[in-house]
Design a binder for this molecule. Sequence first.
Ligand code: FE2
Length: 388
Amino acid sequence: MWEFTSPRKIVFGEEALEYLKEIEGRRALIITGKTVRKLGFADKVSKYLEEAGMQIKIFDEVEPEPSIETIAKGAKLAREYAPDWLIGLGGGSNMDAAKAIWVLYERPDMEVGAISPVEKLGLRKKAHLICIPTTSGSGSEATWATIITDSAGRTKLELASKELVPDIVILDPQLPKHMPSKLTGETGMDALVHSMEAYVNQWRNDFSNAMAIEAIKIIFEYLPRVYSNPDDIEAREKMQIAATMSGLAFGNAQAGIAHSMGHALGAIFKISHGRTVGMLLPYTIKYNGKNAIELYVEIAKAIRIQAITNEEYIEKLVQAVKDLMKKVNIPFSIQDIGLDWSTFENELDELVRRAIVSSETITNPRVPDEEECKMLFVYAFNNKEIDF
Ligand SMILES: [Fe+2]
């Protein structure tokens, strides 16, 4: 038995935000961060909800990589205000925070860390969740995961429950238009890694495959376009759709070792998520190729690569990924990110330890042991071709 979980409704395209005027309810709590607030998006969302006859409160204290303390603060406000709608507005961090605040609002008896796929949460007795992404990449609007940072700031709690999948997702291309090129490139690469890792994953299924392969086609075509022209609204819309499709793909299959290794690198060295997973993608394709070559050939064919042998397809696919990375300014190695060898080597065992226990490693098409995982990191440091 397998399941495909998705939001009940996805509203997309120009003017999508106006859908908020149709929401029925009494009180909405908008959960966002200071940057998104400054851009005026929270006010715009408030205005439409007011037109729907709702009262509004805005919690704008979500920081990048939201902490347990922030979640507790947001949940306290929710309990006092008693909204029947929660709105997660922003990038992955804000939407993740909205999911976790929602749980503590509905279940004051619970701790954040207790959110788990096997725990019955019993959500939707007090409120429903709308997610409105302002970036195009995290896919949080379509997944059942939320990542919260523990108090010490060293460990990320990767929590999940199918009940956390939002009720409604609104994709308005005017929102990601504010992103600077760097963020457009990094979030877009994150989306590509989601769909490529989902497509070759051990947990792949026919529904996630359909989402993944279409997203890959869209990203190869539209990411360079929107990177070079931030006002290209058609490309913005396409990337927004592809990011959500990639979220549906990896949310219902799983991500792979570019993510488990990327999470470790990002957490220890404070490097942005899209940069780490994007940089690692070519290495992981070569490594996974031993077990998933036909699936990579399918991806290569979907983006119109022509070749004779499977090996040639894979070489050309890696080159196409690298060409895309070059266009959107993603570094090719850990060294290029700016780390020196001794700083990196000091943490190498910890990087391997963290990556190896991740569920994203366990469902990867080829599961590295500690030695191979270490080699993957070292090769990725030195920009060395994978030969094992
Ligand atoms: Fe990701």
